[in-house]
Design a protein around this ligand. Sequence first.
Ligand code: PAF
Length: 291
Amino acid sequence: MPSTVELMSVPDKIVRNVNDLRAAVTAWRRDGKTIGLVPTMGAIHVGHLSLVTEAKSHCDKVIASIFVNPTQFGENEDFDAYPVDEARDVEELSEAGTDLVFCPGREDIYPEGFSTVISISGVTAGLCGPFRPGHFDGVATVVAKLLLQCLPDVAVFGEKDYQQLLVIRKLVKDLNISVDIVGAPIIREDDGLAMSSRNRYLSKEERALAPELNRVLRSVANAVIEKPDDCERICSLARSELLEIGFASVDYVAVCDMNSLELLKIYSGSARVFGAARMGTARLIDNIPVT
Ligand code: PAF
């Protein structure tokens, strides 16, 4: 006989507080089910749906969370503009096979008097870290809360936010949180642009130029294979090229060790090329392995 959760309609798949979430999780655990979590901030796109598919390949039941986390946005960032359409998001997540959507209120994540911040050093020192002060503290804190609220066996994060993925791996390792963190490959548009909720900010003209970030990163990857001791110059040329193409500013183009994110002057294997640049109001990030 199908369980109560399986008989639920789409709106009933939403839980809005930790008590209801825990009741569903407890029922699944009683039935011997394993549970996967896909944390999101909504504005669901095909990239998120691929995370649900990945979670389903590891677990019997999948929870997706939707929470636009204020603490990971800087003062001049897009928190107020962040696209919100819960009904559409829930429908898309459900169609992709999500069993339960956790939409906590702000009071479930940051109740009155909340005063804990999780701050991770090392992997946060470079790349987006200096350009988004406090961002990874916000991410680590909210992800710790979501993991402890949902108690999943597996949690899936996209490699598009590769630095975030490493931050979360460090978080669960350092705090002994009992969950497997799975990284899922970047999903791209046909022209190479990495899928992102923030691509919606691009005008038609900006959208046409945006895939150049990926093209330039690929050319950096090829160049460092040919000239492994020339990483700095290759990245500097790539930054100039992005500005010439029409990016408003370039935060970084860098070749880093894929595990420590240490900046590499000389490429010697197991590296990725990372880039962040602004196109109109959108800050685009991307990364690719050097292979
Ligand atoms: O990647 C995101 O969408 C967010 O950073 C996350 C992991 C859901 C935390 O708010």
